[in-house]
Design a protein around this ligand. Structure first.
Ligand SMILES: NC(=O)c1ccc[n+]([C@@H]2O[C@H](COP(=O)([O-])OP(=O)(O)OC[C@H]3O[C@@H](n4cnc5c(N)ncnc54)[C@H](OP(=O)(O)O)[C@@H]3O)[C@@H](O)[C@H]2O)c1
Length: 319
C-alpha cells in the first residue's frame, strides 16, 4: 500500500510516540510538530526510520506556518491535550481554539482526513472544565470540517503513560492510598499500541465523519485497578475510602505542585464512569476488538517498581 503524507500534532506524547512507530512502519511519511525540538527531538528521532520522519518546531497558533505545514499532506492528526491549566496553556486555547484553527485550515486545504483525539465520557462530566472544553473543541471541529473523525478513548496505558507509572510510584512510596468515591468509578483502559492500531486502521480504510469511542477488553473499578497494581509491584498497601471533603482538601494541596498529582477538576472527572456511552460507534463497530489484558501488559514493565528488579530470585543456589 502506498504511504500517505501525515502531519501529527502532539506526537511527542505517549500516544504520539506509539502512533509514529506504527505509521512509519506501515510506509506512511510523518511530519511531527513540537514546541521544542531540543527537549523532544531526542525522543522523537528514534520513533521512525530515516526518511520516514520529519520533525518541525513550530508555534501551533501561527496560522501562516500551519498553512505551509499542511501543504502536500493527506492526513492531519491532533493529539495535543492537557490535563491541567498553566498560564496560557488553558483548556480553552488547547482543547477549543487550536482544534478550531487546525480543522479550518484542513478544510481550506482539502485534506483527506482530519483525526482528532478527544476523550471518553466528556458528555456526562458537565461540571469538569476539561470535559467541557474537549466537548466544545469537538463541536468546533464538526462545524469546520464535516469529514473529521473524532476518537474518544478511555484511559490509555503503556510503559510511557502518566497513569499506571505514576500510580505505581505513589503506591511504592505511600503506606496507604486514598479511594475517591469509594473506588467505585468504572474504567475500560485501552493499551496505547491498540489505540495506535485503531488510528492506523482509520487511515488505511479512509474512515471519515465519525465519533468513535475506544475501549479496552476489561471493565475495572478504580479500586480494582489499584489492587492489580499493588499485586504487580508486590506490595501490601491499605486502600482507604475518604470523604469527598477530605479528598478536596488533599487535592487543594496537590494543586500547589508545578505538575499537580491531582487537580480539583480531575477529582470531578473521577466521579464519572468511563464506559461506552451507547450513543456513538466504538472500535468494535469498525471491527477492531482490543485483546491486550491490563495485568499482562503491566507485568512487562512493573518490575521497575518492585523492590529487587526483574530477575531476582529468593534463594539462589550457587556452588
Ligand atoms: N493518555 C490518556 O489516558 C488519554 C485518555 C483519553 C484521551 N487522551 C487524549 O489523547 C491526546 C494525547 O494524549 P497523550 O497521553 O499522548 O498526551 P501527552 O503524553 O500529555 O502528550 C501531549 C502532547 O501535547 C503537546 N502539547 C501540550 N501542550 C501544548 C501546547 N501548549 N502547545 C503545543 N503542544 C502542546 C505536547 O507536545 P510537545 O511538548 O512536543 O510540543 C505533547 O506531545 C490528548 O488530547 C489527550 O487528551 C489521552
Amino acid at each position: 500500500m502506498k504511504g500517505k503524507n501525515i502531519l501529527v500534532f502532539g506526537g511527542s506524547g505517549q500516544i504520539g510516540r506509539h502512533l509514529i512507530r506504527r505509521l512509519t512502519k506501515n510506509n506512511h511519511m510523518v511530519t511531527v510538530v513540537t514546541r521544542s525540538i531540543h527537549r523532544k527531538g531526542y525522543v522523537l528521532k528514534t520513533q521512525g526510520n530515516p526518511g520516514y520522519l520529519d520533525i518541525v518546531e513550530e508555534n501551533i497558533f501561527d496560522e501562516e506556518k500551519l498553512n505551509n505545514l499542511i501543504k502536500n499532506k493527506e492526513v492531519c492528526i491532533n493529539l495535543i491535550g492537557i490535563l491541567f491549566e498553566k498560564k496560557n496553556n488553558t483548556f480553552q486555547n488547547i482543547h477549543v481554539n487550536f482544534p478550531s484553527i487546525i480543522s479550518k485550515i484542513c478544510k481550506q486545504n482539502n485534506i483527506e482526513q482530519f483525526i482528532h483525539i478527544s476523550a471518553l465520557g466528556i458528555d456526562k462530566a458537565k461540571d469538569s472544565n476539561y470535559a467541557k472544553s474537549k466537548l466544545e473543541g469537538e463541536k468546533k471541529i464538526q462545524t469546520n470540517f464535516d469529514k473529521a473523525t473524532i476518537l474518544r478513548p478511555s484511559i490509555v496505558y503503556s510503559v510511557d503513560d502518566n497513569f499506571t507509572t505514576n500510580f505505581m510510584t505513589l503506591l511504592n512510596r505511600l503506606p496507604f492510598f486514598p479511594l475517591y468515591y469509594n473506588g467505585e468509578t468504572k474504567f475500560t483502559p485501552i493499551h496505547c499500541s491498540e489505540l495506535s492500531e485503531i488510528i492506523l486502521q482509520i487511515i488505511n480504510e479512509n474512515i471519515c465523519s465519525e465519533i468513535i469511542e475506544c475501549i479496552g477488553p476489561q471493565e475495572m473499578t478504580f479500586k480494582e485497578i489499584l489492587q492489580k497494581l499493588i499485586k504487580l509491584i508486590d506490595k501490601k498497601r491499605l486502600l482507604i475510602p475518604i470523604p469527598l471533603i477530605v479528598a478536596k482538601l488533599m487535592t487543594l494541596f496537590f494543586q500547589l505542585f508545578p505538575k499537580p498529582l491531582l487537580t480539583l477538576d480531575q477529582l470531578k472527572l473521577l466521579k464519572y464512569d468511563n464506559l461506552l456511552s451507547g450513543n456513538n460507534k466504538s472500535n468494535l463497530d469498525i471491527g477492531y476488538n482490543c485483546k491486550l489484558k491490563f495485568e499482562e501488559e503491566i507485568e512487562k514493565y512493573c518490575y521497575m517498581w518492585r523492590e529487587t528488579g526483574q530477575f531476582s530470585k529468593k534463594d539462589l543456589n550457587v556452588n
